[in-house]
Design a protein around this ligand. Structure first.
Ligand code: 7RM
Length: 635
């Protein structure tokens, strides 16, 4: 077991070195000891980044759900696998044991089979954060169908694009979903989407809100009666290590979403091993990741990673602001959460509110705090550390991507000393490299460049569904024999990594490369500022100049705007230098964000550059309404 659970820094370095020097024997040992296989591999790794082709655990046979469910039945059958916390705090929490989950997955798998779903078929899952979402994911995996979960906040057009791209034949959805004090008519969105999806044969509908919906005869059915009748056991389909497990769409910098394809064995091994170490999960712990299963974070660290480890994983249906801004902390106290994993955007939103929302609750159960999704600014880091962790819980700033499948750069809590805003050290087996603009690796410390990964890791996406050329062009052509992440990073004097943001967020002002993140950090430290976003716009002399969109705290609203502009630029001048001063500062009530909380700089760039003819599809944004406000008041 010792190689599964890192306990101190020396051990990390020792295991890390082994994982880099002898990756095959390292991963072979992990795979041998901690997973259930129907047949072992012939070869641990075959790879060629020029094609690119990556195969882990070649010819091994397995089913990931036997690792998530069956193998726990003798020892953890009555342990809670999923703890469902509904949107409405008055509604009862549901405890689903491993035994019950096994049964529910089996029933749903049998219903899918009855509707003609076979190994290799694609199933689209468009559900809110209710237990059926996790059950449907696992039911697909049980029978070897490829799940494509689409986040239930996406529009009908976005849903139709994704269904058609991967030819899904069955859709699982619900009548509606709860979001704070609102309900959303999901089935109506599916109906609209399916007008353009001729390949969909069946729609299975979970009853959640009880609102009235249209049932299209021959196509749509309520799911529950079918589950009730279904047999409660279902043989696990035997899968090849490299058979696809799921497709998950991620937005490219332009145009069509990319259907990232993850495969069975490597994904299983890596998500399980990272979960165990990055959260230091112990048998009795209750773990909560606030992401939605519609994102990779939910796939890897709500469903698969925790369940493979026999953990208790919380599924939260609600939002951080309902019934008030204390909801997260109420849930932490209620379930005595030990590991809490969330996004910087949520932390910043909660940090804007009164501290009494935090102070009301007992957070002493917390042992590990995590963040993911974007660079965390220093102020948010300290707020999280001081008020939520009470300086007792290490913060794991975990850097990774939909494409990487699992956490790539992160502290190991109680092992790696943390530094605010740093993701710190590569995880075991991960070989990062920083590249210069000529494509050469920058060695040594105290350097900055474009972040690549030099060597395969088990959970990397193997292709883009239906477009292997795009996969190669996007990730493997910029830097020969490397996977290119699209992010910039620096490596400090001790070898810690700090992610500076997407490389396309770099703005060149008068020939100087400026990352958006440090400038935003500096602005955010101004006491009147809640959040900010910087973009470049064309400038006669400098090439580009900086345009800042600034959200004020409530306490800053009464301040004189011109004075604020001066103070903000003064602060940037002091902290970064006059080169980073903003030419324009617009005060806004919000900035456009993706559903997972990433700022859509593309839209802000267009507004700043007065090029708003074609903003592209803004319907998938979290807050499309702010776009008009920002445009109306643009400087
Ligand atoms: C897991 C996830 C990936 C992009 C990635 C980065 C940014 C994610 C961090 C981060 C700084 C972090 N998948 N990113 N984590 N930047 N520090 N800890 O978010 O596919 O949706 O996004 O997110 O730019 O390339 S994702």
């Amino acid at each position: 077991m010792s190689n599964y659970h890192i306990k101190h820094l020396e051990e990390y370095f020792q295991v890390y070195r082994k994982s880099v020097r002898e990756p095959e024997s390292f991963w072979e040992e992990i795979a041998e000891e901690h997973f259930v296989w129907r047949k072992k591999w012939d070869n641990v790794l075959d790879w060629d980044f020029t094609k690119p082709e990556i195969k882990w655990f070649k010819n091994a046979k397995l089913n990931i759900t036997e690792n998530c469910l069956d193998r726990h039945l003798p020892t953890r059958g009555d342990k809670t696998a999923i703890l469902f916390e509904p949107n409405d705090p008055e509604e009862q929490t549901e405890h689903i044991t491993y035994k019950q989950l096994h049964e529910r997955v089996s029933r749903m798998a049998n219903v899918f089979k009855d509707h003609g779903v076979q190994k290799g078929d694609r199933v689209c899952i468009y559900l809110p954060m209710i237990p059926e979402l996790a059950v449907a994911v696992l039911a697909c995996a049980r029978i070897g169908a490829i799940h494509s979960v689409v986040f239930a906040g996406f529009s009908a057009i976005a849903l139709a694009t994704r269904i058609n791209d991967s030819d899904c034949k069955l859709v699982v959805t619900s009548d509606g979903s709860y979001r704070g004090n609102k309900t959303i008519n999901l089935k109506g969105i599916v109906d609209a989407a399916l007008e353009d999806c001729p390949g969909v044969e069946h729609v299975l509908v979970v009853k959640r809100t009880g609102e009235s919906i249209d049932i299209k005869k021959g196509r749509d059915k309520w799911l529950q009666p079918l589950l009730d009748k279904a047999y409660a056991d279902c043989n696990a389909e035997i899968m090849d290590a490299e058979d696809p497990l799921f497709i998950l769409y991620t937005s490219g910098s332009t145009g069509k979403p990319k259907g990232m394809v993850h495969t069975c064995a490597g994904y299983m091994v890596y998500t399980a091993y990272t979960f165990k170490n990055v959260f230091q999960y112990k048998e009795e712990d209750v773990y909560w990741c606030t992401a939605d299963i519609g994102w990779i974070t939910g796939h890897s660290y709500i469903v698969y990673g925790p369940l493979i480890n026999g953990a208790t994983t919380v599924m939260f249906e609600g939002v951080p602001s309902y019934p008030d801004y204390g909801r997260f902390w109420e849930v932490v106290e209620k379930h005595k959460i030990n590991q809490f994993y969330t996004a910087p955007t949520a932390i910043r939103a909660l940090a804007k509110e009164n501290l009494s929302y935090v102070e009301k609750y007992d957070l002493s159960s917390l042992r590990v705090l995590g963040t993911v999704g974007e660079p965390i600014n220093e102020e948010a880091w300290h707020w999280y550390n001081n008020n939520i962790g009470q300086k007792q819980s290490p913060i794991v700033d975990t850097w990774w991507q939909t494409e990487t499948g699992g956490i790539m750069i992160s502290p190991i809590p109680y092992v790696t000393p943390t530094t605010p805003t740093y993701a710190t050290l590569p995880f075991i087996g991960i070989q990062p490299a920083l590249m210069d603009e000529q494509g050469k690796e920058i060695k040594g410390n105290q350097v900055e460049g474009r972040l690549c990964i030099k060597f395969p890791w088990p959970s990397m996406a193997r292709t883009i569904w239906g477009d292997h050329d795009r996969y190669r062009d996007t990730y493997f052509t910029a830097y020969q024999n490397n996977y290119f992440t699209g992010d910039g990073a620096l490596r400090d004097a001790v070898g810690y990594y700090r992610i500076t943001g997407r490389v396309d967020d770099v703005i060149i002002v008068s020939g100087h490369n400026l990352g958006t993140a440090p400038i935003e950090d500096s602005i955010n430290e101004h006491p009147a500022v809640a959040e900010s976003a910087i973009v470049g716009f064309p400038h006669d002399v400098k090439g580009n100049a900086l345009y800042g969109f600034v959200i004020l705290k409530e306490t800053g609203e009464s301040r004189d705007r011109d004075n604020l502009r001066k103070e903000i630029n003064q602060q940037i001048t002091e902290q970064i230098g006059p080169i980073a001063k903003l030419d324009k500062i617009q005060f806004v009530s919000g900035v456009p964000k993706t559903r997972s909380g990433k700022i859509m700089r593309r839209i802000l760039r267009k507004i700043a550059g007065k090029d708003t003819e074609n903003l592209g599809d803004i319907s998938t944004l979290l807050n499309p309404e702010v776009v008009k406000e920002i445009m109306d008041n643009a400087l």
